[in-house]
Design a protein around this ligand. Structure first.
Ligand code: HSE
Length: 306
């Protein structure tokens, strides 16, 4: 095989109660990445469409993660990468994760798959480091493993996949402002009280239990973030109003998607997600603020060959 084309999906990190821990893979929005073997050794970014991004392999996350993989591998060729961006950088639905994970997944295919999807996470995380200044694996784990995912320890590379109840559907609204993950992480203070720690860990445990018992009501009432959301939500236009409207329309839960500015609502069923998305749109229409809306089920497969 000399060339491979992959679809690398968007993802939602945190899911309110699992900052840097929980992630979920979305199914109908993502980047398309083509990787070809070259005689010349090294990594080359040949072409980028859809967004104006650097082709410098030390600045582009796809180049950084590919380089991290190749440092770990003995191969007698190089790789050129074409990136067709379907996800806007700074949107909060895992743009850098899709490019980072997509490039390492494609290269792994071309070299005979010496790594499992789980083992590729550590290379993709190097792209996240370049994009945000921190090695969080919640988005890349979701893209590479598919479904709902859990990062137990990103330094020890301990990640796994969770159960996905079949009727889960997401409504996501992206107000067209760019919020860099680095900036959104900078507003998160380091101190947490014991009582907040107790509430947040209770919600995280209950959320995971809800996924396995397919208890939608438990999942919904566990989707609370009393620590990070209050600090970040001030950066997102009409966050509280949108959240109240989504919950009023019957969403199970609603919160900031990753580091924002996208807002997601988790719903039981696609038709509920469509109704919730209508409520989200009405609020931004009143503000005359441009936005994108996505409706997605859980993508249980993750990044895949096209
Ligand atoms: N967990 C990360 C954060 C996700 O919230 O900063 C960034 O996409």
């Amino acid at each position: 095989m000399k060339e491979v084309k992959v679809f690398s999906p968007a993802s939602i990190a945190n899911l309110s109660c699992g900052y840097d821990v929980l992630g979920v893979c979305l199914d109908n929005i993502g980047d398309v990445i083509i990787v070809r073997k070259t005689k010349e050794k090294g990594v080359f970014i040949k072409k980028i469409t859809g967004q104006n991004l650097s082709t410098d392999i030390s600045k582009n996350v796809a180049g950084v993660s590919a380089t991290a993989l190749l440092k770990n591998t003995n191969v007698d060729c190089g790789f050129e990468i074409e990136i067709h961006k379907g996800i806007k950088p700074g949107s909060g639905i895992g743009s850098s994760a899709a490019s980072s994970a997509g490039s390492v997944y494609a290269i792994n295919k071309l070299i005979g798959e010496p790594y499992t999807r789980n083992q590729l996470i550590k290379f993709a995380m190097e792209g996240e480091m370049t994009a945000s200044g921190s090695r969080h694996a919640d988005n890349v784990a979701a893209v590479l493993l598919g479904g709902f995912t859990f990062v137990r320890n990103s330094i020890k590379h301990d990640y796994f996949k969770l159960n996905s109840p079949i009727e889960m559907a997401f409504a996501v609204i992206h107000p067209k402002i760019e919020l860099k993950t680095k900036d959104s992480r900078a507003v998160v203070k380091n101190n947490v009280t014991i009582s907040d720690m107790v509430s947040q860990s209770a919600n995280l445990g209950a959320f995971v239990s809800g996924l396995y018992t397919e208890n939608y009501e438990l999942i919904g009432r566990s989707m609370k973030d009393i620590i990070v959301e209050p600090m970040r939500s001030i950066l997102i236009p009409k966050f509280n109003e949108i959240k109240s409207a989504c919950l009023g329309e019957g969403a199970l839960g609603c919160g900031i998607s990753g580091s924002g500015p996208s807002i997601f609502a988790l719903c039981k069923g696609v038709s509920k997600a469509n109704n919730v998305a209508k409520k989200m749109k009405e609020i931004y229409d009143k503000l005359d603020l441009e936005y994108d809306v996505h409706i997605s089920c859980v993508n249980d497969v993750g990044v895949k060959v096209l």
